[in-house]
Design a protein around this ligand. Sequence first.
Ligand code: C5P
Length: 399
Amino acid sequence: MVLGVTGGIAAYKSIQLARDLTRLGAEVQVVLTRSAQKFVAPLTFEGVTGRPTLTDLFSAEGAALHIRLGREADVICVAPATADFLARAAQGRADDLLCTTLLATRAPVVLCPAMNDKMFSHRQVQANLEHVHTELGYSVEGPVAGALAVGEGEGPGRMIEPSQIVQAIGRALGRSPDFTGRRVLLTAGPTQEPIDPVRYVGNRSSGRMGYALAEAAWRRGAEVTLVSGPSSLDAPYGVSIVRVGTAVEMDRAVRDVIAKMDVSIFAAAVADFRPTDPKGSKVKRAASPEGLAVHLEENPDIAKGSRDVRKPGSIAVGFALETDDLIENARGKLERKGLDLVVANDATEDGAGFGTDTNVVTIVRPDGSTEPLPLQSKAEVAEEILDRVGALLADRSGG
Ligand code: C5P
């Protein structure tokens, strides 16, 4: 890939970006503009990518350098993209190596603007952005509001973080026709059912499987909504997140959006029961010398309850975490909850279930067939699940 760096203070973050991309296995060819070199040195990028940094349109590398870069790149990312660079890109100027390479490529282009918030909101900058996005098809990621080099901006101006840029590059490379423009809903994480204002009934779900699915669906080009119970994980970039606490809240959040969804994946570990009568103030030990009895009542089954309100022809996927009779139980869930696939895992197996980075799952289908998958990271399991969902989507749309 080509990583273009233009002259803004956010260029220091692009060193981390170049390093992260290189460690992920990308061949990162850095191109610095003249003003970028006032902020960061070519040698710094050489150190993290292991490749010479390019700066000149006319150099010892040969006259047609921009043609070779444009042809060989699978993706081009410009981070940070300054106001001046956006103006030149919008005009199709060819006055330096980076802009000329943009004209010479047909690879996807990802731009990550960064500038003062007043500059960003200027009509000319907005017009340039609109042009590169709608006319040239470049994706524009960020900027976001937050601390700027000079004080705190009132509006967006700050470049998105390197880890988010990595995700955006992943989407530029990973779009699939099965998912592009599709709406995908995920439920993830545990739910917490209050006993009193400080205590709850919950479970050990971390949310990792659902978050990995949300990230992977977004990379494939979907519009993703993640309804998440309490989780310590960061919201995946690009995904619209709805945070909830209890099963009843999760149920409501799902019902608000489900009719529009092309795919619903129920990865949350919803508490099956909630305290019937949560106390308004903290329960005191002294007030319960004989111990504390908490009566639990049943929560709504979100997956099952959504059956009749799902978009006709949409795909629904559930999970089954069991300790006994895994496959039998999974088949029952397919039927009862009206699902197209159930991802079954055995909570007692090493490397499976809650709290781990890995999972061992078996895919169960409505025709009764089962497909066991090997031990893999949750990110890899997410890709496997989406491969199968994508095939179902393609089938249903007659593709
Ligand atoms: O019935 P069981 O809880 O084992 O089913 C698991 C599947 O159903 C998962 O996909 C889970 O997200 C979903 N579920 C739900 N609402 C519940 C219980 C489970 O959506 N109250």
